[in-house]
Write a protein that binds this ligand. Structure first.
Ligand code: ME8
Length: 486
């Protein structure tokens, strides 16, 4: 085992070609709750996110918006930060691949190591390139009309001299490590999927583009006529952010290898095959887990701008609040399957589980306690329940949240069964006993909620401490808001 001490979790670095939508918010909030859980246990925790900037998609988006490239990038990255702040996404660092001080030295160092290992060579490539996917697409995979299988656009035929990376050389070793869970792909279905992909044969991959063919990118070491392929550049972010290739490598020593790279299923191959191969070639340890979550759909269809069904997370936060959005993402969607989100469903869940559920329970207990208890009860620091801990350790945040909502339901049952509001008129001491027990259990619910709904958790802790009823945590909403499309 390596000597590293900290817990390290990452989101993908997102393309700043548009504002983030609910799908990106999902990954970020999922990682955030796991990071908060580990921090709350006193673990040294590092949570990374960022922007993948050297993409022709971004260049196209800036041109379409009629804004100079750098200004466009800065503006969108500003929007990423604003969304993270609204959703309480507690990242420790936000890396930008255009950052020549933070990112470039390590990306170039990694390239040099791959060269030294004999894994980079020059060859002529002829094939179809899809800018939407930022990857080559095989002719056999093209859809009717010559369209990219995943994007509504026609790839362009390219013939050019590229540097190639010997991905094929590492495929068997990677399959072996995945099979033995040395590199653990979660869930199991994704593990099988990637193993069968590798079994079909993996070819070497083009890893550079001629300088004049791309707008920007990291220069290939010792050959400035080439720029690194955007995925080669992007994947390196997970270690360059920690100081790899720079002078101060303290973070790298503490946190690499990553405990969890959290990604959507759309980018599984890059993370489970290309990235491990790059690391093996550079003689660096592999990440421990890759958590592959499903896609967020809206009304049963993948949320995408071209379908016009994207929901702007900022508008949803505006209408319902931070913790309502976090709740939906963390509890209503399983990290291991696709999940659906419509404004109608959100509205319904908000009332059923937050306004009438948690919010109501908190209001009832704190109202009775503040009325009938002279002082807040002593709250013992209870151990975290094993099922909750196991769930969080496996990034199964939904199961952790289910546990908390079972506790909330149990509180409601106790109130039903003991009727402290009636009991108080018959036997005040007995009623106070019941109320103290309810408050202690509510305090524990608040503690368990902290990684999921930090604001609500803080409000509960404060209400318990001060023995007061807090203002409504989740106010009822009259009508369905009409959300502006981004
Ligand atoms: O792929 N449901 O960036 P990207 C759930 N820059 N998650 C979704 C989603 C949806 N409908 N849509 C997007 C890239 N995501 C590269 C990554 S990493 C070295 C480089 C989330 O902006 C999910 O995490 O296209 C997905 O993998 C990611 O956003 C893709 O973001």
């Amino acid at each position: 085992m390596e000597a590293k001490k900290g817990f390290y979790i990452t989101t993908p670095i997102f393309y700043p070609n548009a504002k983030l939508h609910m799908g990106h918010a999902y990954t970020a909030v999922l990682c955030d709750s796991v990071a908060r859980f580990h921090r709350s246990r006193g673990e040294d925790t590092y949570f990374l996110s960022g922007a993948d900037e050297h993409s022709e998609k971004v260049v196209r988006a800036a041109a379409a918006a009629g804004v100079p490239l750098q200004e466009y990038l800065d503006r969108i990255v500003e929007n990423f930060h604003a969304l993270y702040a609204l959703l309480d996404v507690s990242i420790d660092q936000f890396i930008r691949t255009t950052d020549q001080t933070v990112h470039w030295p390590g990306a170039q160092e990694m390239w040099r190591r791959m060269v030294a290992a004999g894994d980079i060579y020059k060859a002529t490539y002829r094939g179809w390139y899809c800018v939407g996917a930022e990857s080559f697409v095989q002719e056999k995979d093209l859809r009717a009309g010559g369209l990219c299988p995943d994007h509504d656009e026609k790839p362009v035929l390219m013939e050019e001299e590229n540097y190639f990376f010997r991905l094929s050389k590492y495929a068997p070793l990677i399959a072996d490590k995945i099979t033995r869970d040395e590199l653990r792909i979660v869930p199991e279905t994704r593990k099988r999927e990637i193993l069968s992909f590798i079994a079909q044969g993996v070819e070497d991959i083009s890893f550079s583009r001629p300088r004049e063919k791309v707008t920007f990118g990291i220069p290939v070491p010792d050959d400035p006529s080439h720029r690194m392929y955007v995925w080669c550049d992007a994947l390196a972010n997970y270690i360059t952010a920690l100081g790899y290739g720079r002078e101060d490598t303290a973070l790298f020593q503490t946190f690499w290898p990553a405990d969890y790279h959290v990604i959507g299923k759309d980018i599984l191959r890059f993370h489970a095959v290309v990235w491990p191969a790059m690391l093996l070639s550079a003689n660096l340890p592999l990440p421990r887990h890759i958590l592959v979550h499903g896609m967020i759909t809206s009304g049963g269809r993948k949320m995408s701008k071209s379908l016009g069904n994207v929901i702007d997370p900022m508008a949803l936060v505006e209408a319902y609040g931070t913790d309502a959005v976090r709740y939906y993402l963390l509890r209503e969607i399983s990290p291991f399957e696709d999940g659906d989100l419509t404004v109608e469903k959100f509205h319904e869940v908000y009332h059923a589980h937050l306004a009438n559920g948690l919010g109501n329970t908190v209001a009832r207990i704190t109202a009775m306690a503040s009325q009938h208890l002279e002082a807040p009860p002593e709250v013992p620091l209870l151990p975290l329940p094993a099922r909750y801990v196991r769930a969080f350790e496996a990034c199964d945040v939904k199961t952790a949240a289910d546990y908390v909502w079972e506790e909330i339901a149990a509180l409601d049952r106790t109130i039903q069964e003991t009727q402290p509001f009636k009991l108080v008129r018959i036997d005040r001491t007995a009623a106070q006993e019941v109320l103290r027990d309810l408050v202690v259990r509510l305090a524990q619910v608040g503690r368990l909620l902290a990684p999921l709904l930090p604001r609500t958790a803080a409000a509960i802790a404060e209400a318990v401490r001060a023995n007061t009823k807090p203002p409504a945590l989740f106010a009822r909403k009259e009508a369905l808001p009409t959300l502006p499309l981004p």
